[in-house]
Design a protein around this ligand. Structure first.
Ligand code: F3S
Length: 754
């Protein structure tokens, strides 16, 4: 089912060979991150040293993981590549589309009814193309990956930001957009700017109420939500070895909250124990043979300032438990200091819910430590003042935790055990106790606590803490409760104190599961039919994009001149539109509706040059499309910043926009436009943005000579007949020009394979 040991042996052979070579070429000892990066170069053996934060490098990841929301468009696109199977081992996990409400059994049943067409599609397409499929209820993608697929020294990508969780098992695991995943599934390289490196030296040992979660809550407080941008955070030092593997996963998981490319730890005994406990002793045996290659060189860790771009040191022995929030995960406050802060900021002290789970903190160890607190409430006759909700990370964890009586303890406190899925962490929570926008406080062990994230209410103040701290706070019902110093009044009117939490790193009787929810794909899936209902409003098979003819680039109309910020959210809004992310035609109805029209400063209100009337951007564009008229979008600086969402390029392309001309691009969006066979162009002279008028028509006079390193010439014809001729730059190389000429990168792959 799970991993292929021969593949791992191959990766390990590669690591031994290439790391030595990389050390020779760079002329220095190497960090673990560099070892993994240099041993996964697309070109094979390293031939040159890369500059961190500067060079773009092609990599060959070992694995791909996709979750149900992002997998839809990724797999629809992959089908376009005309391949028989995915080129790299891939799994799909159904975890985002299950709403938490009444508890696992009923919630799962409802999700299977409301989203069955999406699940059926994902299951059939996985079966056809050799992709491992994890059914709804099987677990949260990153826990399932950690338990089944992650391995020390490996590189993986996933269509979810918290793919980084696998760093807990010594991987370089990175969250990407669907377009990148599709490239790798189709056998292409994956490009990444060679990351900078932040070293975090951990000394001492966790004790008392402090948990692994507090390490990252502290780091988030130091680095803030942007501090890790473009960098891999590598943890090392004696303290790192004292952390469990799943605890390391928690720390890496929330690296996404400081913007880090990913985070990782060197291979150690805790990882070995986890591998053996999860039935992967053969990987542990192989990893033991090359142990020194699966961690940073001694010299690096002895003199970290010399080898990392930034170094932070944290003493675990003196680290205090934290609660971070509200509304941002980097607002770190040590427990015990929160009461005063809450009073000053008028945050509600009363806590309504304590939620334990999410991909961040739903391991066996997490549940056992939280259960030790819950058990004390039972033993000491304390009635919890808040509601409890639990989302186990995987069916394997749930089954084992139930067997070992951990869930029973929570149930005695009236907790609702939700499905092994994301639930409240992604706003999939039908919260029974609140309607409307009342101000309230919740605590959870998740990673993100932005406004509206858990329950859609902008006034829900969410605080992030370790599972055991969440349990303690939920029992007390107060944000200002400090379990290390405060007492609680029990049902007998006695003052009682909670003892420090205790937990088990791994289940003493081993993990157990009846049905883990995995479906292996058919060996030969060629006869499998992909299930998409013709009248589905959520899914639509894609048609290959038709190449844009040079003749169509004469008389191009202006669709919108966007003013100021235009992010991928402005181009393809999220929220309710996420429902349609597998249906290009339907989701295209949100195209650019958030962009501000430079001529009237309104959103979704542009002039239709054919009628002179104003209308919504998608409607006007559909009228141009119906008449076979191509259009251009003009934009400001950093156009397309935000997420790597490929929809932001696919939708305009689908609707007939031929070119996007801006002052500057966010790089990922620019690449996405290229992949979809569109023109992504920048003004050679930024001031030319001001020449563009509402009724302009554009002629791409030398498009027939479109070639690498050669700017294009654009003739702008204004309403009064006057013309301006300007130069526009592009960054297409020869290969990317072929994508354009074929209509898309996937069209080219298909053609090459034919
Ligand atoms: Fe799911 Fe929340 Fe993790 S949405 S994948 S549990 S961050």
């Amino acid at each position: 089912m799970a991993f292929d040991i021969d593949m791992i042996k191959k990766v390990y052979a590669q690591i031994s060979e290439r790391v030595d070579k990389a050390r020779e070429i760079t002329g220095k000892p190497l960090t673990l991150s560099e070892k993994i990066l240099y041993s996964h170069l697309w070109e094979g053996n390293p031939t040159k040293a890369f500059q961190r934060g500067k060079d773009y490098v092609d990599f060959a990841p070992d694995r791909i993981a996709c979750q149900d929301a992002t997998a839809q468009m990724a797999l629809l696109q992959f089908m376009q590549a005309g391949k028989k199977t995915v080129a790299v081992p891939t799994t799909v996990h159904c975890d985002h589309l299950i709403q938490a409400k009444q508890g696992a059994a009923l919630d799962l049943k409802r999700a299977n009814e409301t989203s069955n067409e999406v699940f059926d599609f994902l299951e059939s397409v996985s079966n056809k193309y050799g992709i491992g499929f994890w059914r709804p209820g099987a677990g949260i993608i990153h826990q399932v990956v950690l338990e089944n697929y992650a391995f020390p020294g490996g590189m993986m990508i996933g269509t979810d930001s918290h793919t980084v969780n696998a760093g807990g098992l010594g991987m370089v695991a990175i969250g990407v957009g669907g377009a990148d995943a599709v490239d790798v599934m189709a056998g292409m390289a994956w490009e990444l700017k060679f990351p900078k490196l932040i070293g975090v030296k951990l000394t001492g040992e966790l004790n008392g109420w402090t948990a692994s979660k507090d390490v990252i809550l502290k780091v988030a407080g130091i680095l803030t939500v942007k501090g890790g941008t473009g960098a891999i955070v590598e943890y090392f030092g004696p303290g790192a070895k004292n952390l469990s593997c799943t605890g390391k996963g928690t720390i890496c998981n929330m690296g996404a909250e400081i913007g880090a490319t990913t985070s990782t730890f060197g291979y150690d005994d805790a990882m070995e124990r986890f591998l053996r406990a999860t039935d992967r002793s053969d990987i542990a045996d192989e990893a033991n043979k090359i142990r020194a290659y699966l961690t940073g060189d001694d010299e690096v860790y002895a003199n970290p300032e010399q080898y990392f771009d930034q170094v932070i040191e944290i003493d675990l022995s003196t680290l205090r438990p934290h609660l971070n929030g509200p509304f941002t995960p980097d607002l770190a406050t040590p427990v015990g200091e929160l009461g005063e802060k809450a009073k000053k900021n008028d945050w509600p002290i009363k806590v309504d819910w304590g939620l334990i789970g999410s991909c961040t903190n739903s391991s066996y160890e997490d549940l056992s430590r939280a259960a030790s607190i819950a058990q004390q409430a039972v033993d000491k006759n304390l009635k919890p003042k808040s509601d409890f909700g639990i989302n186990p990370g995987s069916e394997q964890i749930r089954f084992t935790a139930e067997r070992d009586g951990l869930l029973d303890v929570f149930e005695k406190l009236g907790a609702t055990i939700f499905t092994n899925a994301c639930g409240p962490c992604i706003g999939q929570w039908d919260r029974s106790d609140r309607k409307g926008d009342e101000k309230n406080t919740i605590v959870h062990s998740f990673n993100r606590n932005f406004s509206k994230r858990a329950d859609g209410n902008p006034n829900t103040h969410a605080f992030v803490g370790s599972p055991e701290m969440v349990a303690a706070i939920a029992i007390s019902g107060r944000l200002d409760f400090d379990p290390m110093n405060d007492t609680l009044l029990n049902e007998d009117g006695q003052e009682v104190k909670l003892d420090i939490p205790v937990g088990l790193e791994l289940p003493p009787k081993g993990f157990e599961v009846d049905d883990n929810g995995y479906l292996a794909p058919k060996e030969d899936g060629s006869s499998v039919e992909v299930k998409v209902a013709k009248d589905s409003e959520r899914l639509q098979l894609l048609e290959p994009f038709v190449p844009i003819k040079d003749s169509e680039l004469q008389g191009v109309k202006l669709l919108i001149k966007a003013f100021g910020k235009c992010t991928t959210d402005h181009i393809s809004m999220a929220g309710p539109w996420l429902r349609y992310r597998g249906h290009l035609d339907n989701i295209a109805n949100n195209t650019l509706i958030g962009a501000v029209n430079a001529f009237n400063k309104k959103t979704n209100f542009v002039k239709n040059q054919l009628t002179g009337e104003y209308g919504g951007v998608p409607n006007v564009q559909r009228e141009y499309k119906a008449k076979g008229i191509k259009t251009i979008v003009v934009g400001d600086h950093n156009y397309g910043e935000g997420s790597s969402r490929e929809h932001a390029a696919m939708q305009p392309r689908f609707l007939g926009v031929a070119a996007v001309l801006v002052k500057s691009f966010a790089r990922i969006h620019e690449t996405n436009l290229k992949k979809q066979g569109m023109l992504g162009l920048t003004f050679a002279n930024e001031a030319d943005y001001d020449l563009i008028q509402e009724d302009d028509t554009f002629n791409f006079v030398d498009i027939a000579d479109f070639s690498e390193n050669k700017p294009l010439t654009l003739e702008i014809v204004h309403k009064d007949g006057n013309k301006d001729t300007i130069k526009v730059n592009h960054t297409y190389n020869d290969a990317q020009i072929k994508w354009y000429r074929e209509g898309s990168a996937l069209n080219l792959i298909k053609k090459q394979d034919a």
